[in-house]
Design a binder for this molecule. Sequence first.
Ligand code: NAP
Length: 280
Amino acid sequence: MRRAGVIGWPVEHSRSPLVHGTWLKRHRIAGVYDRIPVPPDELETFFHDVASSGLAGFNVTIPHKEDAARLVSRATPRAVRLGSVNTVWLEGGEPVGDSTDGEGFMASLDATTPGWDADPIEVLVIGAGGAARAIVAALAERANVTRIAILNRTPTRAGRLASDLAGLGAELEAGPLDDLHRRVAAASLLVNASSLGMDDGASVSLEGARPDAVAAEIVYVPPVTPFLEEAAARGLRTVGGLGMLLHQAVPGFERWFGVRPCVDGELERIVRADLSSGGP
Ligand code: NAP
């Protein structure tokens, strides 16, 4: 029986077992996907012993994504660029890592809003943390994304992100969150890639946004954040954060269990119901 799982500390709240468990049932695969609590001081040993663990691979969540990038034997170019790994598989007993958050964000956007990048566009990204980094890298490689403005509460962090990811394609500019009002009108895609609205009920004003803009959120608890409410009230098309969570899981499942699973309305309903019930 193939075994996979998610390592983290703590890991009880991860929804990955529900997502992968639903796909295992759907495809009648005799496999398991577990929560694997790994404290920070045991992470190195975990990677060292992984060949004998019986795992086909695993996901990595908070707080191990950066350390995992250091501990894998090899990482994909995008994981190296981001210094972050969330998906690991074994090749010849050696752990190999990838970062699929950016791919998950793009897949969710493409699935819900086809044609969002049909014409050359400018993007505004709020946030400069780990998730923003993955999203900016993925967006910057899209042919029709010409410029990305990265605005963050701590502007130096946005500046670092822009200089680290320079040269991928799109032009990157960094600034403080206070610049939002000045920059919002130029953007056809507005992304909240910060934790704003996750547990503080906070948002930003989208006054001046183009009426044809798309507003994409990455926070998925609550399912409708103040950012999404504000965008919807202005008549913008909106994309919630749950899709990214589900789509980033697809490449790992395919590697470990040999079937490319599908993100659909039924899976979304299952995970949404679990989130609204307070989960595990
Ligand atoms: P992170 O590395 O800790 O970065 C957090 C970001 O949010 C930073 O840019 C931070 O600004 C900003 N921020 C936090 N509180 C703020 C506030 N009150 N006002 C303005 N900016 C604020 O976290 P992360 O890993 O990037 O995750 C960010 C969010 O995305 C989390 O809510 C996480 O749950 C969610 N997420 C979702 C998915 C998905 O699959 N949908 C995947 C990954 C993450 P400073 O730099 O100024 O601190």
